[in-house]
Design a protein around this ligand. Structure first.
Ligand code: G3I
Length: 378
């Protein structure tokens, strides 16, 4: 078609109009102003839709106590309820950090997410030591340890934990393989020589909750849940558990996301698909990294950069879009939990390499960022 044709010029006008609209929208977004105070409580803002949580370490309970009390009605232990930290030796538990977090939650009428019974990381070495892959007696030993571990944690924290990440990240990202196996770091799979340990984790959890008369929910939690091939594997695991008579209540979508990934439509489709399968959804580990140019296939990481005003605005717009989406799907989403509170303490400063990131709602000095206003002021 000739570019001077009437169709080409009307297409041009439509493009210009679309561009003006996008700009107008952008400007409206830019009208978000930082007032310096954070006087709208985050959890109250979303109370009728879902609970709002933060993952914490004991140090947060003093360093950002006021932020936690005012803005959050849910806590998760970022590390302190994981198998290694809480159960460092056979028959010996180390409850003090988890207890401090649970007591803070109890004292402030918050609920907790229990994170996590079974993961391939932060497992204590004693748990697998001396066990041979596929050996029936050794598998029984491991099952007994798991049962004892789950019962102990459920008994201790059931009054404050309303959902447990029973299994975390057990699905493989590799094409053609459903479950993370020994070659991808799962000692659980290596000893069981199969995914059977997932069955036992859900079984012991379900039994422990039933013995307590507990209403706590059982979740599977993972990253990349918005990738359709991974979600399909997760849903086939759900079917497998159900076919064996077990209950699974929901899927946690770890929101370790970026300014430009995943798309809103991919998040929406994942939520739809999970809820169509009769499962609850939670956004379990939300933080928005400013690094968008890492190449995971070659491990070429973007160099450290400054958190410019432009990036702060981009992040605020992104957070707003996400919360609009969460709100629109609130009937399906039970909670949204940030993976941290403020930018001075985020795992992303060390991952995938040492470089400062700025993924949360509060800055290094614990002051509200534009993103905070973007999700409390609409
Ligand atoms: O704080 C120290 C720092 O002082 C030290 O210089 C540095 C050296 O490596 O380590 C820093 O601590 C690290 C800490 O993360 C920082 O946040 C620990 O070594 C490291 O073990 C710890 O990692 C935790 C990680 O799980 C372990 O795999 C992160 O805290 C925790 O946020 C992360 O959480 C996981 C979820 O449980 C599951 N989903 C993914 C998520 C992120 O990996």
């Amino acid at each position: 078609m000739n570019s001077n044709s009437p169709r080409a010029s009307s297409k041009g006008i439509i493009l210009i109009l679309a561009f003006m609209l996008i700009n107008l929208y952008g400007c409206r977004q830019l009208e978000i102003k930082k007032t310096g105070t954070a006087d709208v409580s985050l959890y109250k803002k979303y109370e009728s839709y879902f609970s709002v949580g933060a993952a914490v370490a004991p140090k947060h309970l003093s360093s950002v106590a006021d932020i936690l009390e005012f803005h959050f009605n849910r806590l998760a232990a970022e590390n302190d309820m994981k198998f290694g930290p809480i159960h460092p030796a056979a028959g010996r538990y180390s409850f003090s950090n988890a207890d401090a977090i649970a007591n803070f939650a109890r004292n402030n009428s918050m609920t907790m997410t229990g994170h996590t019974f079974v993961w391939h990381r932060q497992q204590p070495s004693w748990l697998f030591s001396g066990l041979s892959p596929g050996n029936t007696r050794d598998i029984e030993t491991l099952k007994n340890q798991l049962k004892n571990h789950i019962e102990t944690l459920v008994n201790r924290y059931d009054d404050v934990v309303d959902n447990w990440d029973v299994v975390n990240e057990a699905i493989s990202d590799t094409g053609g393989k459903t479950y993370r196996d020994g070659s991808e770091g799962s000692e659980w799979y290596r000893i069981f020589q199969s995914e059977e340990y997932i069955y036992w984790a859900f079984k012991y959890s379900q039994d422990a909750l039933a013995a307590k008369g507990s209403n706590a929910k059982l979740y599977y939690n993972d990253y990349n849940v918005t990738v359709p091939s991974k979600l399909n594997k997760i849903l086939s695991m759900v079917q497998w558990l159900r076919s064996r008579g077990l209950r699974i209540d929901g899927i946690g979508l770890q929101g370790h996301w970026k300014l430009d990934w995943p798309t809103l439509s991919d998040i929406r489709s994942a939520i739809n698909k999970i809820s169509t399968a009769g499962l609850e959804v939670k956004i379990s580990e939300l933080d928005i990294s400013i690094y968008t140019n890492d190449d995971w296939s070659t491990h070429a990481w973007e160099a450290e950069k400054a958190f410019t005003e432009q990036l702060e605005t981009q992040q605020a717009v992104r957070y707003r879009e996400l919360f609009m989406l969460f709100k629109a799907n609130s009937g399906r989403i039970t909670s949204v939990t940030f993976w941290g509170v403020s930018d001075d303490a985020t795992w992303l400063d060390y991952h995938p390499k040492r470089r400062n990131d700025y993924p949360l709602l509060f800055d290094d000095r614990h002051k509200p960022k534009l993103a905070y206003y973007a999700i409390t002021d609409f």
